[in-house]
Design a protein around this ligand. Sequence first.
Ligand SMILES: C[S@@+](CC[C@H](N)C(=O)[O-])C[C@H]1O[C@@H](n2cnc3c(N)ncnc32)[C@H](O)[C@@H]1O
Length: 332
Amino acid sequence: MGERGAGDGRAAGPGGAALSTTGVPAFAPEWLALREGADARARAARPPALLYGHGRVVADLGCGTGSLGRWLAPRLPRPQRWVLLDRDPALLALAREGVPAAEVVTRRVDLGALRAADLDGATLVAASALLDLCTRAEVETLAGAVVARGCPALLTLSVAGRVEFLPADPLDAAFTLAFNAHQRREGRLGPDAAGAAAAAFADLGYEVRTYPSPWLLGPEDAELARTWLRGWVGAAVEQEPSLPGADYLERRLRACAREGARITVHHTDLLALPRTVPDHAHGRPAEEGTGPPPPERTGTRGPAGTAAAGARPRAASRPGTEHDPRDGGSRR
Ligand SMILES: C[S@@+](CC[C@H](N)C(=O)[O-])C[C@H]1O[C@@H](n2cnc3c(N)ncnc32)[C@H](O)[C@@H]1O
């Protein structure tokens, strides 16, 4: 996966950029907690209903502290097993205790080298605020692993590269441009992530649907808005040092304090569905499922003939037991 250096308000913790000494960005739990409510309100409501009973075994890629699980688990059939994957052991430890499922296991994995085997019996692969950190090659690897597993994928909250402020400022567009360029550094997809993922899944024969999932920040989100603004402006200035970051930030923060924040940060949720779902991907007998949804498609390129080949059945893993040496633990 791509690594964020500074200030997108996502890689950075509250207060701005946060690089560890190894150069790996810190995804501070405080920051993830601060944004969790806005994330939950932003998420598209429709996709869980389109999973038609899939999702008894969920692999959450880049799980952080488990925010997606807290939102999604109550919307899926129970009982569930969640397999949480992240490279940060501290976040995995928090997530293990924080996802409301019958069984939760954690795995320390670098998603840049994701293999179908890492998905460990998943009947649904999910991720939140992850895709835009990836390079195109990483998204293609991810899509290939999901398609080899043969299950649906719900990949949420990818930044879309558009922000709206009320009141508007003449420099909004310049800062947005610089921020988006910052996101694309070192080959990361940034605002191109949802499009790249849609193309990758469609090329592998999946049906792809996308949904807007904007953060709608109002006066009650003042702390989140301030923290996000500092990171967003910081990244833009790092990318384009000639921008008057301090003045602009002060104007924006003053506007928040005076009138309450009115900021829309656009994101995209993406649902990728196999055209034929193998029995194992239901996580229950095939006759109980209603199969994939009818073809009300967006972003479909048409089958490329590879999905069926990749959708091989596999045995379910034993509940509650993890033998992978990278396993960070499990909770039942
Ligand atoms: C922006 S946070 C999102 C966390 C969580 N999904 C949420 O929505 O709150 C991105 C997460 O992806 C993880 N991550 C980023 N790159 C990774 C990689 N290459 N391998 C494993 N985890 C990665 C980070 O550790 C972090 O937990």
